[in-house]
Ligand binder design. Structure first.
Ligand code: ADP
Ligand code: MG
Length: 715
């Protein structure tokens, strides 16, 4: 009985061995049908190789295959020997057949061994050969032949049976081979499947190996990372310990601080109370300071108005090196009522008229001309002393009142020196313009502490032969300027602007110096182009001052105009009129016309006339906002100390005296005195109304003292 399950490989091995046996079997087994037809000799030949092999093996074969004893003997009784070769491995059935054959056969003597390499001899009967019958014993011979025939027939019958058995065995073996072939195919298929599986497994194994390698690599990386992290963790732990210690320290400090804080909080609370009290006090003081500032402005304005909204100062320049010294007593500066300590206000000029003579023929005594002005500056007065007098006016401009300062006089009398300063940039000889601006900047800085913010915008133009030229022109317009026109800033606006002129914001002295330098350059270029004309043109420096107190909603604005007028000298009537002189005559007429208009305008303003002829000259038209109303006007009349200029000096002094003799105070001054002064502290808002607070201060604080002043002024 076969085992239930066995390895396919064992099956295959068994199959292969079986196949080998089967392959060898036909050569050993007699072919059905054909074997029987052959004679006993042929059969013996078929059996010969096996016999040879058996003989060669000797006893070993008998030991290896005890069950398949190949050689049997035909029974001796039949006188024949039959050798039957049985395959060694033919399965159990074959063994059974052999056993059957052996049972039917009687044991006989062994076939003698044949020598290897010799041709097989005819079968030898193992029995003892009967003694040869005599030839005459035919009967005996026949009997022997019959016995032999009978024996052969039995043997043939036995061989047929054996043949039949072998055929059956062969059929069974073939069936088994077919079954085994089918099994082999199945196994081969299974083997192919197994091989495919093995290949697949191999591939998977390869993939898995690659994955394993990759994973090993990753593992290595991860291990490195882990080591780093562990190191980092150690560091962090160390840091944490340090931080914990620090935290502990901080907590200790915090506790100490909290203790200190609670103490400080109480202190802060008391300080806050104190600060609140101080703030209230400060606000009160600020309020008071503001009231005082407003009062100061009002009183300052009243003082200026009492001094006169139109003032005239006379300045006599010193005799310059190379000039002939005037005779003694030519110009005298009598002391004031309080003696020499009083600043001089009078001037006497002595003129000896050569046309007049005495009856005796002796020269007539010089005629003395006395003039009185608001202030007279003899030749020794420096620029600083002059500025001190007008610094109050500059303050008025900052307070919101228009201020206009003129320098009037003949050419060479010191007008430009007074307004701009002397040559060389010496601070000692700095003129009114730089000094006034420095003063403005400094006071504006002080007022910023009280909440006032000021801004300044400068312009500088020249009026020559009734044409306006920008002295701050730069680039291609430098020295030539363009067509400048005086226009209103907008429809219905009181503000005037000069078209094509530069308006430069200034905030420090250096910027002003740069502007004055530029103006001097522009004048120098014009001089080379059209001969000297600076003395025959009016130079107008204007500074628009704007102030704002954002906290109180106050605003003020006023122009400060500093004018260096053209030389006031007249043309010599006896001069021959060549082409150059005609031009000069036209210039002089234009200058005289504009100066006369200036006088007329001042007069009209002083007389409160309904019509003021501003439009009669470019100069007055440009300055109309700086004249009249509450505006402050100051005229410097510059005088040459030389005797040769006496005629022009007298003309200048007379003109100035005329200006000074105009009614004082002005209407606005009177209104100020009675407590209803409405200075130009006007809001820029549409409508330009007076700020109510300002009105309140004027009325409340100024009414009583100004009435007293009014009384003293008129009686
Ligand atoms: P104007 O502008 O009236 O024509 P300037 O200002 O040019 O006159 O003065 C003429 C000259 O007199 C200049 O050299 C100037 O330096 C000099 N000068 C004028 N006034 C004084 C003064 N007060 N002290 C010294 N020099 C003066
Ligand atoms: Mg000049």
């Amino acid at each position: 009985m076969e085992p239930q399950q066995r390895s396919p490989l064992l099956d295959v091995k068994g199959n292969i061995e079986l196949k080998r046996a089967l392959a060898k079997a036909p050569s050993r087994l007699p072919l059905p049908g054909s074997r029987l037809k052959r004679g006993p000799d042929q059969m013996e030949e078929d059996l010969e190789p096996e016999k040879k092999r058996t003989r060669g093996l000797g006893t070993k074969v008998a030991t290896s295959h005890p069950r398949a004893m190949a050689l049997t003997t035909v029974p001796q009784t039949q006188g024949q020997t039959a050798v039957l070769k049985i395959p060694r491995k033919t399965g159990p059935r074959c063994s059974t057949a052999i056993a059957t054959v052996l049972k039917n056969q009687k044991p006989g003597p062994a076939v003698p061994a044949q020598k290897p390499g010799t041709t097989a001899p005819p079968p030898v009967v193992g029995r003892k050969k009967p003694s040869k019958r005599p030839a005459w014993d035919l009967k005996g011979q026949l009997c022997d032949l019959n016995a032999e025939l009978k024996c052969c027939r039995e043997r043939t019958q036995m061989l047929d049976q054996e043949n039949q058995q072998l055929r059956n065995q062969l059929r069974e073996a073939q069936q088994q081979a077919t079954a085994l072939g089918a099994e082999r195919r199945t196994l081969e298929e299974e083997l192919a499947r197994m091989r495919a599986q093995a290949e697949k497994g191999q591939r998977e194994l390869g993939n898995l190996s690659a994955q394993v390698l990759e994973l090993e690599e990753r593992l290595g990386t991860q291990e490195g990372l882990v080591q780093e992290l562990q190191k980092e963790q150690l560091e962090l732990q160390e840091e944490r310990r340090g931080l914990a210690a620090l935290l502990e320290e901080q907590e200790r400090r915090l506790q100490a601080s909290e203790a200190a804080l609670s103490g400080s909080q109480a202190e802060v609370a008391s300080l806050r109370q104190e600060a609140a009290a101080q703030a209230a006090l400060l606000a009160k003081r600020e309020e008071r300071l503001h009231g005082l500032e407003m009062e100061r402005r009002r009183l300052h304005n009243q003082l200026q108005e009492l001094k006169g909204n139109v003032r005239v100062f006379c300045r006599v320049r010193p005799v310059l090196p190379g000039e002939s010294t005037p005779p003694p007593g030519f110009l005298l500066f009598p002391s004031g009522p309080s003696g020499p300590s009083d600043p001089p206000t009078r001037l006497s000029l002595s003129r000896s008229d050569e046309r007049r003579g005495t009856l005796s023929g002796a020269p007539a005594a010089p005629t003395r001309h006395d003039f009185s002005f608001d202030r007279v500056f003899p030749p020794g007065c420096g620029q600083e002393e002059v500025f001190e007098e007008i610094s109050m006016l500059v303050q008025s401009a900052l307070d919101g009142y228009p201020v206009c300062i003129f320098a009037y006089g003949q050419t060479g009398s010191g007008k430009t020196f007074t307004m701009e300063g002397g040559p060389g940039g010496d601070p000692q000889v700095e003129g009114l313009i730089p000094r006034a601006l420095r003063h403005l900047f400094s006071v504006a800085q002080e007022l910023s502490g009280q909440g006032w913010t000021y801004s300044f915008v400068a312009s500088y133009v020249e009026i020559y032969n009734e044409t306006v030229r920008d002295l701050l022109a730069t680039g291609t317009r430098k020295g030539h300027g363009g067509e400048c026109e005086i226009r209103r800033a907008g429809p219905g606006s009181e503000e005037l602007t000069v078209t094509n002129a530069r308006y430069v914001p200034v905030s420090c002295e250096r910027e002003v110096e740069a502007l004055l330098h530029l103006a001097r350059q522009n004048r120098a270029v014009a001089r080379t182009a059209q001969n000297e004309r600076s003395s025959r043109s009016h130079s107008v420096f204007q500074l628009q001052i704007s102030g704002e107190h954002a906290g109180r909603g106050l605003q003020c604005a006023a122009p400060l105009s500093l004018v260096d007028l053209a030389g006031s000298e007249r043309l010599d009537p006896g001069l021959a009129l060549g082409p150059g002189e005609r031009e000069r005559l036209r210039e002089t007429q234009a200058i005289n016309s504009s100066l006369s208009t200036l006088g007329l305008v001042i007069m009209a303003l002083s007389n409160k006339e309904s019509h003021v002829p501003y439009r009669n000259s470019k100069l007055t038209y440009l300055l109309q906002n700086s004249l009249g109303g509450s505006a402050k006007m100051l005229m410097f009349v510059n005088i040459s100390p030389l005797e040769e200029n006496v005629s022009e000096s007298l003309n200048s002094l007379r003109f100035a005296s005329k200006v000074r003799s105009l009614p004082v105070p002005s209407l606005s001054g009177l209104l100020g005195i009675i407590g209803f002064s409405t200075p130009t502290l006007l809001s820029f808002r549409p409508g330009g109304t007076v700020h109510p607070e300002w009105m309140y201060i004027c009325q409340a604080s100024g009414a009583l003292p100004t009435w007293i002043l009014f009384f003293f002024f008129f009686f």
